[in-house]
Design a protein. Structure first.
Length: 225
C-alpha cells in the first residue's frame, strides 16, 4: 500500500501543470546543475585542497610573546618559513586568529625577508628603506612583497632563512589584543594549503600595560588549553 501511495503522489506531481508545480520540477533539475558548475568553478579557480599544513614548515623561534608599551605603535613579527618539499610555493594570504574575548589585531602589511633567527623576531615595527623591520633587529634582507611571491629554497650555508614579515596594528591605549594562531595560505602548482602556527601573542598599551598583559595572558593560555 505504501508503494501505491508514493506512485500516485509522483504521478500527481508530474501531471500538475500549475506555475508552482512547474517551478518546483524545474528547480529539482537546475539545482544539481548549479552545484556541479560551482564545484567545477572552485576547482578551476583554486585547485584541489591539500590536507594539513602541507610542505610549509613555520617556526616562531621565540615562542609565545608578550609586550607592554606605554604608547600604542605598530608591531612587527618575523615567522621563519621553509618547505619540506622540493618545489617552490606561492603565498596567497595571511589570517590572524584570536580565540579570546580580546580584540584581534589587524594586518597592516606583509613582506618576504631573509633573516638571521639568532636575533630578535618580534617587537615594535620600524620603517625601513624598503618595507619595515623589527626595531633593534639587524641583518634583515628585504626580498619582495610576501603575498603572491614564490618562495624557494635559500642556500643551506649561512645563517639567513626566509621569513614572513608581518606588520600588525597596535592595540588601543589602555587595551590589549591577542593573537592565538597565524595561518598562512599558499599553493604549490594547483594544490592549495593552509598552514597553522600557534602564536600565543599578547600586546597591551597604556600606563597599566603590564598589569593588562598579565590578565590577557591568562585568558590566552586558557583558550590554548
Amino acid at each position: 500500500m505504501r508503494g501505491s501511495v508514493v506512485s500516485l503522489t509522483s504521478i500527481e506531481e508530474l501531471t500538475d501543470v500549475s506555475l508552482r508545480a512547474r517551478f518546483l520540477r524545474r528547480g529539482r533539475v537546475i539545482l544539481p546543475i548549479v552545484i556541479a558548475v560551482l564545484a567545477v568553478g572552485a576547482f578551476l579557480q583554486w585547485g584541489p585542497i591539500g590536507l594539513g599544513n602541507g610542505p610549509l614548515v613555520m617556526g616562531i623561534d621565540n615562542g609565545a610573546a608578550t609586550m607592554a608599551e606605554p604608547s600604542p605603535a605598530p608591531f612587527a613579527d618575523l615567522i621563519q618559513i621553509s618547505s619540506s618539499g622540493s618545489g617552490s610555493m606561492t603565498i596567497d594570504g595571511i589570517t590572524l586568529v584570536n580565540r579570546t574575548s580580546y580584540p584581534t589585531p589587524r594586518l597592516v602589511a606583509t613582506e618576504l625577508v631573509a633573516a638571521n633567527f639568532t636575533q630578535c623576531t618580534f617587537g615594535p615595527a620600524r620603517a625601513a628603506a624598503r618595507g619595515f623591520v623589527v626595531a633593534g633587529c639587524d641583518g634583515l634582507k628585504y626580498i619582495a612583497r610576501l603575498i603572491g611571491h614564490s618562495v624557494g629554497r635559500l642556500p643551506a650555508n649561512g645563517a639567513l632563512r626566509y621569513a614572513a614579515g608581518l606588520e600588525i596594528s597596535p592595540p588601543k591605549s589602555g587595551g590589549c589584543w591577542v593573537l592565538s594562531d597565524i595561518v598562512i595560505h599558499y599553493h604549490i602548482g594547483i594544490r592549495h594549503y593552509s598552514a597553522t602556527e600557534p602564536a600565543g601573542t599578547v600586546v597591551c598599551a597604556g600606563k597599566n600595560a603590564s598589569a593588562l598583559v598579565a590578565t590577557a595572558s591568562e585568558e590566552a593560555a586558557t583558550a590554548e588549553s
